[in-house]
Design a protein around this ligand. Structure first.
Ligand code: PMV
Length: 333
């Protein structure tokens, strides 16, 4: 066996986070240039499977820590698609340049890279929905109630429109899947004009499940208020999809800024996120918002190319630990 490598991209939620957990649509984008990688090499005979997670500075044997999320993912992937009974001897190395716990899908990207590498090892040509389902099951075990948007956009590696809903009318879609008794609508979106996003990282790490759990508590305490907020977000996301299809970026920007205000009202922003959004707006963006679960992590800013440098500078001045520029297109080649 020669060494196998596979990778998976980071992701960004353009609009609709949190409301997507409650059945409203969201739009997510892969960041194809920022990736997690998994490498599988043969291990010593009888050694079983060992994992070296470079960025976590951790090495362990699956047999010694079977409950670790990556150990469980390996075990379940081999149980689904491998030869029954035998444990192979493998050395698995994980590397990633995606900031951890920052709204960029680092966990789902690592898991997807790992499943892709295992699929090559097992000589299985797994379609994106099969990879996505394994990663989703893993996220469910460790993160509570994920909507499934992260694993989906990362497995498909294209901009998507995503709705999680238990009883959906049939929609014509190239990419509709049903898994774990939940039905989702997954559709490719039309992007008439490529656009540039700047991502500003607050450097504040926040585990997704905490703001997600907070929203759930507040929704339970005041369902009418939260349902109304989610409806507003859902309408905005629907509008954003048609603006992307028309290439109307000037109208898309204010919608993104409006989405940030609704996320503030939902209680998931943070002073560091608000500071970056405000700095971006003062420096002349089309629109800006937090992206992902919130309480930390990143903001995104939609910028005209001529303002990119000034906005990047303003973000750094306002405390961004890292600024990443990305151009979003309908298809990545
Ligand atoms: O993993 P994050 O931080 O990008 O957040 C995921 C987006 C949420 O809508 C907040 C949660 C979910 O499962 O969709």
């Amino acid at each position: 066996m020669s060494t196998i490598t596979a990778s998976a991209p980071a992701k960004l939620i353009l609009c609709g986070e949190h409301a997507v957990v409650y059945g409203r649509p969201a739009i997510a984008l892969p960041l194809v240039g920022i990736r997690a990688r998994a490498e599988i090499a043969p291990g010593q005979p009888g050694s079983g499977i060992s994992i070296l997670a470079r960025d976590l500075r951790r090495r362990w044997r699956v047999a010694d820590d079977p409950g670790h999320p990556l150990s469980e993912l390996i075990t379940s992937t081999l149980a689904h698609y491998g030869a029954p009974g035998s444990t192979p001897d493998l050395r698995i190395t994980i590397k990633s340049t995606i900031p951890i716990a920052s709204g960029m899908g680092s966990g789902a990207a690592v898991a997807t890279a790992l499943v892709r590498a295992l699929a090559v090892y097992l000589d299985r040509d797994l379609p994106p929905e099969a990879i996505s389902a394994l990663v989703y099951a893993s996220e469910q075990r460790f993160h509570g109630t994920p909507s499934g948007i992260d694993n989906t956009v990362i497995a498909y590696e294209q901009p998507i429109w995503f709705i999680r809903q238990s009883s959906l009318p049939a929609v014509s879609s190239q990419l509709q899947e049903a898994s774990n008794n939940e039905q989702r609508t997954i559709e490719p979106i039309t992007i008439a004009a490529p656009f540039t996003l700047l991502i500003g990282d607050t450097g504040v790490r926040s585990a997704t499940r905490e703001p997600v759990g907070h929203v759930r508590q507040r929704w339970q305490a005041d369902p009418a208020r939260y349902e109304a907020l989610f409806d507003q977000i859902g309408r905005l996301v629907t509008k954003a999809r048609s603006l992307l299809a028309q290439g109307d970026l000037a109208s898309l920007g204010p919608l993104l800024s409006q989405n940030h205000i609704l996320l503030q009202q939902a209680g998931v922003s943070a002073p560091e996120l608000d500071a970056l959004v405000a700095a971006a707006q003062q420096a002349g963006v089309l629109g800006a918002k937090l992206s992902g679960a919130g309480w930390g992590g990143v903001i995104l800013a939609l910028v005209a190319p001529e303002h990119q440098n000034a906005v990047a500078h303003a973000l750094r001045q306002a405390g961004a630990k890292r600024v990443i520029a990305t151009t979003v297109r309908e298809h990545f080649v």
